[in-house]
Design a protein around this ligand. Structure first.
Ligand code: NAD
Length: 513
């Protein structure tokens, strides 16, 4: 896929006036990865344009926060209604700009709409003002807790799930009462601009609450510097480090949703056919360009051979392409194809063997299943982000868990086992933010569950109550209800008050050993 920077001020095909401002420094094209055809041309927004957008967002944020939960919920509902009605149009754009099959785009949008609904419905209960117990020392006070919006949240997104992934931040940030400025990936700017145009169309009275800026990494860096209350980043761990460094200049807090190298453990008593089905989907769907995709399987000796045979059989039925019948599409960006080639070549050069695929030649990569790959290989240690899977035989699930956890990353993962207790134990000890038992990726479709990683997969959470709180600051308030005859926090307190207090503390707490 080519991204060409031009020095033209015209922006043919830009969907809204918002991305068509004259203060951009040049333009760039987004293209269809299957055909190379130009999808749309967008401005490269510079520092001034980003600051101007964030300035408008600050004004909009005040209005949005003042609306309160109920009014915001109505507008979020109108937005999701708009997305649901226009889903075919959006799915078509996702297909053209990202390359994934139409049906997968529909699935992605459906998930995003569901998260929007959950965030809107649960914001008040999760974040609204509530009374908490005052405790013994402040029994004469009422105590209140609420979670207040941060103002403007900057969202920087990737291209692999151009609707679902940014919406994980956008929906929860909006529901929490923030305005959002969204910088979509330079590979999927049309989808990003479409999402923002849809907001303006659905809720014109608060149009500036969700805005878009387009461009490359430098535009993202300017968003980090533009005075946002938080920067929600989703992308690679390498870029995440740069984003954190830029945000450190202004002490801007960050949410990091980065890469993964997710593993599946297949235990002795697992349903091998179901595990193989899930592994193939988890590894190959979206051409493997899924942050929570399965990249490594550790199968016990008891099931390994059957599992490999079943995966091989299922993989043989897959066909990459860009027609409606294709199992998955082309790689969205050429540089990712190079990474997949490097990993497959390294796996084969260091003793691995390919039971399917094995040659990476162009953007349509055949499903590639690799056996006997050394744990030191790039195909096991680094994020591949392609339609590949390593399968490694292990003595038992404990060894599988040890190897699964031997990674700098820890985003999601999966455990297949016939025993619910055993599976739960393994899942809890898996070093990742999320694990699905007897399925893959399911945690992402449960809006009430938080989504995020450990280690180089990032920190902070989107989705669920944690995802709502991520875009707020806790506010604590006390109100004195009645005065006490002795106030310990006063210079008027009696001389013996501290001694009496020490006696009470000793009585209440001193007996614990
Ligand atoms: P990327 O890191 O190349 O780019 C992500 C975004 O960062 C893009 O919008 C890009 O323009 C911007 N950017 C680049 N340099 C920047 C800079 N210096 N300052 C600010 N912004 C900058 O990632 P990608 O290739 O678009 O996406 C793929 C990666 O995203 C994979 O590693 C995948 O695992 C990860 N991902 C993670 C999640 C998650 O939720 N954890 C979800 C989807 C994708």
């Amino acid at each position: 896929m080519s991204l060409r920077q031009q020095q033209s001020a015209t922006v043919p095909g830009a969907p809204t006036g918002e991305v068509d401002r004259p203060d951009a420094t040049g333009t760039f094209e987004s293209t269809d990865p299957a055909t190379g055809a130009v999808v749309q041309v967008f401005p490269v927004h510079d520092a001034a344009a980003v600051r101007e957008t964030v300035g408008r967002a600050h004004a909009a944020a005040a209005t949005w926060a003042a609306l309160g939960f109920a009014e915001r919920r109505l507008r979020l509902a109108a937005y999701r209604g708009h997305l649901a009605r226009r889903m075919p149009e959006l799915a078509d754009l996702v297909h053209r700009e990202n390359g994934k099959p139409h049906a997968d785009a529909v699935l992605e949008i459906t998930l995003a709409v569901d998260h929007l609904a959950w965030a809107g419905a649960h914001a008040e209960r999760t974040l609204g003002r509530r009374r908490v117990r005052s405790g013994a020392l402040a029994a004469n006070h009422a105590a209140y807790l609420e979670y207040q919006p941060l103002g403007v949240v900057g969202v920087i997104g990737p291209w692999n799930y151009p609707v679902f992934t940014p919406m994980g931040s956008i929906a929860y940030a909006l529901a929490a009462g923030n305005a959002v400025v969204f910088k979509p990936s330079e590979f999927t700017p049309a989808v990003g601009a479409w999402l923002v145009a849809a907001w303006r169309a659905a809720v014109p009275d608060v149009a500036d609450v969700l805005q878009v800026v387009t461009g490359f990494g430098e535009t993202g860096a300017e968003l980090c510097r533009a005075g946002v209350g938080k920067l929600a980043f989703t992308g690679s761990s390498a870029t995440g480090r740069k984003v954190m460094a830029t945000c450190a200049e202004t002490l801007t807090p960050v949410l990091m949703e980065c890469g993964g190298k997710d593993a599946m453990i297949v235990d002795d008593d697992a349903d091998v056919s179901a595990a193989a089905d899930a592994a193939v989907w988890g590894a190959m769907s979206n051409a493997g360009q899924t942050c929570i995709g399965i990249e490594r399987v550790y199968a016990t000796s008891a099931v390994h051979d059957r599992f490999v045979a079943e995966v091989t059989r299922r993989t043989a039925a897959l066909r990459p392409g860009s027609d409606d019948g294709a199992s998955y599409g082309p790689m969205t960006m050429a540089s990712q194809t190079d990474i997949v080639r490097r990993h497959v070549d390294d796996a084969l050069a260091t003793g691995g063997r390919a039971v399917t695929g094995g040659t990476v030649d162009g953007g349509l990569i055949a499903p590639t299943v690799l056996l006997d790959v050394p744990e030191s290989s790039a195909a096991v240690r680094e994020e591949t982000f392609g339609p590949t899977l390593t399968i490694t035989e292990v003595a038992d699930a404990e060894e599988g868990l040890r190897r699964a956890n031997d990674s700098t990353m820890g985003l999601g993962g999966s455990v297949f086992s016939g025993s619910a207790d055993r599976a739960m134990d393994l899942a809890r000890r898996m070093r990742s933010g999320m694990t699905s038992i007897n399925s893959v990726l399911t945690f992402a479709s449960v809006p009430a569950l938080p989504f995020g990683g450990v280690g180089e997969s990032g920190f902070g959470r989107i989705h669920g109550e944690d995802g709502l709180r991520e875009f707020t600051r806790a506010k604590a308030i006390t109100r004195q209800r009645v005065g006490l005859p002795v106030d310990l926090m006063s210079f008027d307190r009696p001389a013996g008050a501290a001694r009496a207090l020490a006696g009470v503390v000793r009585l209440v707490h001193g007996r614990h050993r």
